[in-house]
Design a binder for this molecule. Structure first.
Ligand code: BGC
Length: 730
């Protein structure tokens, strides 16, 4: 798919088009609303629209396609919608989906979302978002697969496969769009839309590979990001758009601008006029313009003046037509079938993926799972215990809150008549600062065996343009938790949120903590499955969780520095309370750490407890060296030494000890989810080849460098016994 030649059909169609009609194909317009306004009907009928966004009423969508078929050349429309983590049935936010470490489930959810959306006239989604995200302040981290390049790649490919199916022309398939190319996740300070300052070696090794992998997997389209990357907004960044995307990667799929992003080149201060903006974007081969109209208003003039050739316009238009062709729109296979709504199978899938996304962060005294047989009463407290809208999370336009099953509803169902559920939300929203509801919550707590507090963030606190500078629990939630803890009853805290939060205080006030993200329609039953032990938690963190926001950015695959905390000066770290009064000037500790927070995060990438304990043997290398055309297998025996059946996510990490560029202290290179019955042991093996050791080197070529590597097979990015192997030349 990467190299798609023009077919005879496209060439013929193009030869019949006027310049105005060609430019019309490049325009995407907002078609939201409960009717088709006259201006839109007229624009579509006269061939001035190539695609629409945000019309999901099946009848109105069909009507728009009929109008397009009535235009002179009868070219149907692309019909886009942000189907980000489900349509009517909502799956966990992408960050939660990443926490499953289960690409197969992610693919299934995307497949089901595609079928639902397609039945509403949608044939294109702006998903998956492949922005590696190392900053939990950034609201759009919710839409990401977290901080790791490998995990993001795996999840991205799974989503693309799910949306697109085996054949884009299948009536249940929709085109995927990988976004935001590239580096949007590095927005300075986590402030949305801010410049992304990314060193070239990080851009090539951290931020670009997920896009490359998704493109290799057949992603039909791509969206450049709003970001200014090294002084050039991505929409007009020739290094990204031409040299890398169209050059090295030979991507010939459709490139669509982000919303108004071409016009915003003037706001960035890169173009003085909309005409200049259109010229810059067209030269960077942005094929379609979303919302703004710089192409529609200026491309014809640019062709007349010779600044843009008609052949260049043809190339843009062909990309649009080719995607229509792949979707089966050009040969009449456009109509998408109706689908029964909702499907029980979709809800079951939503429950499974939500359950697998939940991460157990703390379980003091094995308070979880709750012992159903001994349980007589539960206090269900907190603003997110019964919040059908908020549990769906950000970027939900079509999700049906009536389809949401909340934790309260699920607990009431599971408790039948034998468990008394005492419910008091205590706070109206997660931002509520009032303490007036506390006394009812304390009454509920005092009347119960155990307290389960549903805290976190409402859906509107994350997502686009919803960054936070303080990532602790908002409002009076911590005060509520402290009051609950003071009752002396066991406290289980369940966090629903759109980002990693700084949870140091929450851990101190809770016996157990489950991190449930915004879990979607079936978040309630999924959480209850884990609370009552129907399953053991299996989610793993797709990002590092900081102790406090001041540690951000903090991520596992950082560079070593000349003074690492595990190096020559290990053990010298002196924290703020241990510094002698009047201490003379020293380079305290001589390592990279904070006086007040030390060097470690609260939880590392990959972390997650189960209801059992898993013992890892040191890795066993089947040979000590790897040659460029060979493979190396590493195995480790893992044993369930507890008494619950679990799924353990076994992770493979490596570190390239010496490189032509400095290399990360660890990099994830594989993972496997392993089911382990109590007492069961399994040997998990990973096979590495030179491809797994390759990176963009000092000379920017992609390849591996001979030398020594460290390898870990571990339950998270911060543990495991190291072993070493050598990559030998030839
Ligand atoms: C976002 C994109 C989204 C587009 C269309 C923009 O504001 O950045 O991710 O696909 O809107 O809704």
């Amino acid at each position: 798919m990467i190299n798609e030649p023009e077919t005879h059909e496209i060439k013929t169609l193009l030869s019949q088009m006027s310049l105005e009609e060609k430019i019309g194909q490049l325009q995407m317009v907002d078609a939201s609303g409960d009717s088709i306004p006259d201006w839109l009907e007229e624009a579509v009928r006269s061939g001035r629209v190539g695609g629409v966004i945000n019309q999901v009423d099946p009848a109105l969508s069909a009507r728009l396609q009929d109008i397009a078929r009535d235009s002179r050349l009868g070219v149907p429309l692309l019909s886009a919608r942000d189907v980000i983590h489900g349509f009517k049935t909502v799956y966990p936010i992408p960050l939660g989906q990443a926490a499953t470490w289960n690409p197969d489930l992610v693919k299934q959810a995307a497949r089901a979302s595609a079928a639902e959306a397609a039945a509403h006239g949608v044939n294109w989604t702006f998903s998956p978002m492949l922005d590696v995200s190392r900053d939990p302040r950034w609201g759009r981290i919710a839409e990401s697969f977290g901080e790791d390049t490998y995990l993001t790649s795996q999840m991205g490919v799974a989503m693309v496969d799910g949306y697109q199916g085996d054949d884009l022309a299948d009536p249940t398939s929709i085109a995927a769009c990988v976004k935001h190319f590239a580096g949007y996740g590095a927005a300075e300070g986590g402030r949305d839309y801010s410049a992304a300052n990314i060193p070239d070696n990080e851009l090539r090794n951290v931020y670009l590979p997920p896009f490359w992998n998704a493109i290799k997997a057949g992603a039909a389209s791509l969206m450049p990001s709003f970001s200014d990357v090294d002084g050039l907004p991505a929409t007009a960044n020739d290094t990204l758009m031409l040299e890398i995307l169209r050059g090295y990667w030979e991507f010939e799929g459709l490139v669509v601008s982000d919303w108004d992003a071409i016009a915003e080149l003037t706001v960035h201060g890169l173009a003085g006029t909309y005409q200049e903006a259109a010229l810059l974007a067209a030269k960077c081969r942005v094929d379609m313009e979303m919302s703004s109209t710089a192409y529609a208003d200026h491309l014809q003039g640019l062709v007349s003046s010779g600044a843009v050739s008609e052949a260049e316009v043809d190339r843009l238009t062909s990309a649009v037509l080719r995607m229509k062709q792949r979707l089966g729109l050009l040969d009449g296979r456009a109509s998408r079938p109706a689908k029964p709504d909702p499907l029980q199978a979709d809800l079951d899938l939503a429950q499974t993926i939500a359950r697998e996304s939940i991460v157990l962060l703390q379980n003091t005294g094995n308070v979880l799972p709750l012992q159903r047989s001994a349980l007589r009463s539960i206090a269900v407290v907190g603003p997110l215990a019964d919040a059908p809208h908020d549990q769906m999370g950000t970027w939900v336009f079509d999700g049906d809150a009536a389809r949401s099953k909340t934790p309260l509803a699920a607990l009431n169902e599971a408790g039948d008549d034998t468990v008394d559920i005492h419910f008091a939300s205590a706070l109206e929203t997660s931002r509520d600062r009032s303490h007036t509801g506390f006394s009812a919550a304390l009454d509920a707590a005092n009347a119960s065996d155990v307290i389960v507090a549903f805290l976190g963030e409402e859906s509107i606190l994350s997502g686009e343009a919803h960054s936070r500078a303080d990532i602790t629990l908002p409002g009076a939630q911590l005060a509520l938790l402290k009051a609950l803890k003071a009752t002396g009853k066991p406290v289980v805290t369940v966090i629903l949120a759109g980002r990693p939060l700084a949870l140091k205080d929450v851990l101190a006030e809770s016996d157990a903590v489950l991190f449930a993200w915004h879990g979607g329609s079936m978040a309630g039953p999924a959480i209850v499955d884990l609370l009552l032990g129907a399953a053991s938690p299996s989610g793993r963190l797709p990002t590092t969780f900081p102790r406090s926001v001041g540690q951000v950015p903090i991520y596992y695959n950082h560079k070593r520095s000349g003074r690492p905390t595990d190096g020559e000066h290990a053990g010298e770290m002196v924290l703020i309370d241990d510094i002698d009064p009047g201490a003379p000037q020293t380079s305290l500790g001589m390592t990279a750490f904070y006086l007040d927070e030390g060097d470690k995060p609260l939880f590392p990438f990959g972390y997650g407890l189960t209801y059992s304990q898993i013992h890892y043997d040191a890795p066993d290398l089947h040979q000590a060296a790897l040659t460029p055309d060979g493979t190396l297998t590493a195995s480790a025996r893992v044993r369930n030494v507890g008494d619950h059946a679990v799924t353990e996510t076994v992770q493979l990490y490596i570190c390239d000890q010496v490189g032509s560029l400095t290399r990360p202290v660890r990099e994830l290179k594989g993972f496997e989810r392993v089911a382990l019955a109590p007492g069961e042991e399994k040997t998990v093996s990973f096979t590495l080849s030179i491809a797994d050791l390759s990176f963009s080197r000092r000379d920017k070529s992609w390849g591996a460098e001979p030398g020594w590597f460290t390898l870990w097979i571990a339950p998270d990015a911060q543990s495991g016994a190291p072993t070493a192997f050598e990559l030998r030349e030839g």
